[in-house]
Design a protein around this ligand. Sequence first.
Ligand SMILES: Nc1nc2c(ncn2[C@@H]2O[C@H](COP(=O)(O)OP(=O)(O)O)[C@@H](O)[C@H]2O)c(=O)[nH]1
Ligand SMILES: [Mg+2]
Length: 454
Amino acid sequence: MTLPTDSDTIAAPATPPGSGGVAVVRLSGNAAEKIAIRVAGEITPPRQASLRNFRDAEGCRIDQGLLIYFPGPASFTGEDVVEFHCHGGPIVVDLLLQTLLQAGARFAQPGEFSRRAFLNGRMDLTQAEAVADLIEAGSVQAARAAVRSMRGEFSKQVHTLAEDLLELRVFVEASLDFPDEEIDFLADESVTRRCEALCAGVDELAATAKQGALLRDGMSVVLAGPPNAGKSSLLNRLTGQETAIVTHLPGTTRDVLRERISIDGMPLHVVDTAGLRGDADLVEAEGIRRARREIETADRVLLVVDASAALADTEGADAMADLPDKAACTIIRNKIDLTGEEPGLVQREDGVAVLAVSALTGSGLAALRAHLSSIVGYEPHAGASLSARTRHIDALRQAGMRLQEARSRLAGGHSPEIVAEELRLAHQSLGEITGEISSEDLLGRIFSSFCIGK
Ligand SMILES: Nc1nc2c(ncn2[C@@H]2O[C@H](COP(=O)(O)OP(=O)(O)O)[C@@H](O)[C@H]2O)c(=O)[nH]1
Ligand SMILES: [Mg+2]
């Protein structure tokens, strides 16, 4: 068996499975034109939709539809691409696809079209990632940010930094090449200034990228705490739906329930769990075990207690003592409609955030949303954002650290070799963002997370 290679001609449905008015099957590679002629009889003029009969290997008509030919390199992948627009039934799509495979195409792997677009220089890595982010965008804000990155705004900012850094490197490395020169290049104050300006630029872009990553990934919170505190009621209040069953009986919730909502465009993954208590039956005990697992992986645990109960404070303290990471926990005093407490954030003396709310009336809920945004540093009104991923933030941070290092080496009067090396590594980190420097491993990880046909 031969391994799939980038020179194969690949085919996949570009539209989601299921029934619809129209489905699109996409073909890309050297043999695209030849295969299209076998299936559709003849090729169409470039970039013009023409009605054709699509036939299988036996000449039996599968469907009648539109054929569009995009000769490379002016196509999505940079290769010859042919799109078959057929009727949107799963059987039609499958027959068409089988025919293309029989005619010499190979079924595309997830993200393979985008991977080729990247390899053929049609877009850089951040742009390819932004296409996937646009498809998966969970809010209007996230979609807008993805479009900006897709159009290259993020890459442009990275390039500007990389160019400034390159100039600085050239200057520093010149001092390596002419060690006997009288002038001490590195003593020149402008080197330090440029290095500082680059640090600031990288930090600023990292902050923008962080907002973008939050728009994409959001945060996860788990509702935990004693039974009957009102966890499920709070979930329903947050989602605005009757998602979870609420009763006055302790132990109502036994499964883990997940809901996705958004706070000003940032996805919030809320998990409701079984109340944590000792005397649970078999099913509930399993629910509690699962609750603990969720607690371990959440960005934030909301420990809900019944503020009207006599034991609220001790119960809260007990439950909190049980948590793996107390710093990542907020105590929610629920049912303040019964106690008359003021809604909102109360910062306790020991640094633990406490929020007073009522799941019944909804008071304190706005404060809860604002609290969650501020924990992860989400700034909903921070102007034009760009879609970004953790990978980009890590690379920017890495570049920032190297630049800081170069800066302090300069101040310490270290040898130019060391400064030059730090700057080279910073440059490399920036190159990894847009994919100028990339490994097969990195590309595999990025593109395999894309959907089929993308
Ligand atoms: N008065 C009042 N009752 C509430 C509030 N939140 C929940 N409850 C009631 O408390 C009981 C337990 O609620 P539930 O959401 O099932 O608690 P869970 O076991 O923590 O999920 C139900 O009878 C709810 O109607 C609240 O804010 N105020
Ligand atoms: Mg419940």
